[in-house]
Design a protein around this ligand. Structure first.
Ligand code: BG6
Ligand code: MG
Length: 218
């Protein structure tokens, strides 16, 4: 943790931090799994938090060997189901006061970025009507190597014109916390210690996030 460096920007994961799309991802995978007779349940779903679409399918398949073309068809179909759910979301789906918190940080002069593994991130932000709060949106299309590689967060920092040490990441996934640490950024974990305990500071849920405390402590 780079305590001595002044915080100049915040990089927000999207799913599970700004909005809770995890349930839609779950339902979409479950529908595909039922159709294709794949083993899937909520426990397996927990392992998919923060993980890219194809890597999620690989986790569901465990060691089953499936041709690449079929895997592409399955991930496309899962995405179709997911995108249908996305048409239903609106401002009301922004988690606990997050919009007001983002607006306050922006007014205080902090740079704000999204750093999400999702290729649907821009679509989600548009539905939530908060795209303009962010200086840069780094998503699943921005870099090759997904979380836990540091690439996405480094790309976001570069887009903000900041050094890694000047950025704080907010994450709800173990892979995301690892990615932020690999990028040598400070990181706030959201969720149980068992999942995000490696973070510099942990809040049990989004409603407990306290930016004054973060700025003071980190
Ligand atoms: C992450 C989610 O934000 O995005 C994962 O936590 C999801 O569950 C990943 O698999 C990729 O999303 P998408 O929208 O590109 O399928
Ligand atoms: Mg997440």
């Amino acid at each position: 943790m780079q305590k001595q460096t002044k915080i100049k920007g915040f990089i927000f994961d999207l799913d599970g931090v700004i909005t809770d799309t995890a349930e839609f991802h779950y339902k979409s995978w479950q529908k595909l799994a039922d159709e294709e007779d794949l083993f899937f349940n909520r426990e397996v779903n927990e392992k998919l938090r923060g993980v890219s679409r194809m890597e999620s399918l690989n986790i569901i398949l465990a060691d089953q060997d499936i041709p690449a073309a079929k895997k592409k068809e399955w991930t496309d179909r899962k995405n179709e189901y997911y995108q249908k759910y996305l048409t239903e979301i609106s401002k009301a789906d922004i988690l606990d006061n997050m919009e007001a918190k983002l607006e306050k940080l922006k007014a205080e002069g902090y740079k704000l970025a999204v750093g999400s593994s999702s290729r649907n991130a821009k679509k989600v932000l548009k539905q939530l009507k908060i795209t303009n709060l962010f200086d840069i949106i780094a998503d699943g299309n921005s870099v090759e190597r997904a979380k836990p590689a540091p690439d996405l967060f480094l790309y976001a920092a570069q887009g903000l014109g900041l050094k890694a040490a000047e950025c704080v990441v907010l994450e709800d996934a173990e892979s995301g916390v690892e990615a932020a640490l690999a990028a040598e950024m400070r990181v706030i974990g959201l969720g149980p210690e068992s999942r995000v305990g490696k973070a510099d500071l942990v809040y049990a849920n989004v409603s407990e996030i306290n930016f004054e405390e973060i700025i003071k402590k980190l």
